[in-house]
Design a protein around this ligand. Structure first.
Ligand code: G3P
Length: 220
């Protein structure tokens, strides 16, 4: 029996999608990355600020420096935007250095571009609050992305690491089921995947039948 409940984050920088998903009451955080930010064609700080005003939970914003000093500087600026901002740091040696410094200063980090359990272990040892294994991209390369998530969860559970595992690069609803089965703390899902999770053709057909039959019910 798990001691926590899986959370869903939205993996997008589109505020309309975030607003709509937030109104469903099932989203407790947001993850972005430089590609998602670029898609919106807006100022980075403005977007992050707006997202924090919509969702009351962790909002990941990624640094683009590749040296620890640069990452820390960017992170400190991003952290000023809102206390819920979590700094996404790439899983490279310089990133680990930055994670250690930032976490010691009380700035939460999410180590991204994680493709192996060893990388996740290093991120946890450096003190990261979150790690993001990229399931879909591993699958794309012919690996079993969800097995990497399961391995990370097992290792963290065994040693009692508090680092939370975010199943990222989620491509379809089955990934969400598998992330939950693997014991991931969080699955971060694109808006389209969230829509697909809601939908089932039998629900639509069933609802239509109920509505049609209701027309035959005497109303007075
Ligand atoms: O935000 C990181 C991750 O979820 C990206 O997913 O689909 O670009 O591999 P994807």
């Amino acid at each position: 029996m798990g001691v926590f409940k899986i959370k869903l984050f939205l993996d997008t920088a589109n505020v309309d999608e975030i607003r709509e998903a937030a109104s469903l009451g099932v989203i407790s955080g947001v993850t972005t990355n430089p590609s998602l930010i670029a898609k919106e064609g807006r100022n980075f700080t403005d977007v992050v600020k707006e997202i924090t005003s919509i969702v009351d939970g962790p909002v990941s914003a990624e640094v683009i420096s590749t040296d620890a000093e640069g990452m820390i500087k960017e992170a400190e600026e991003l952290a000023q935007i809102h206390p819920n901002v979590v700094i996404k740091i790439p899983m490279i040696g310089e990133g680990l250095k930055a994670v250690k410094v930032l976490e010691e200063k009380g700035v939460r980090t999410n180590v991204t571009l994680v493709f192996s359990a060893n990388q996740a272990l290093l991120a946890a040892l450096a003190g990261a609050s979150f790690v993001s294994p990229f399931v879909g991209r591993l699958d794309d390369a012919g690996h079993d992305g969800m097995q990497v998530v399961a391995d990370i969860v097992d290792i963290f559970d065994f040693y009692g690491y508090e680092t939370e595992v975010i199943a990222a690069s989620i491509r379809h609803p089955l990934h969400c089921i598998q992330a939950a089965q693997a014991g991931a703390h969080i699955a971060t899902v694109p808006y389209k995947v969230l829509q697909k999770m809601i939908k089932h053709p039998f629900t639509d057909v069933g609802l239509q039948r109920f509505l049609d039959d209701w027309k035959k019910v005497k109303q007075s």
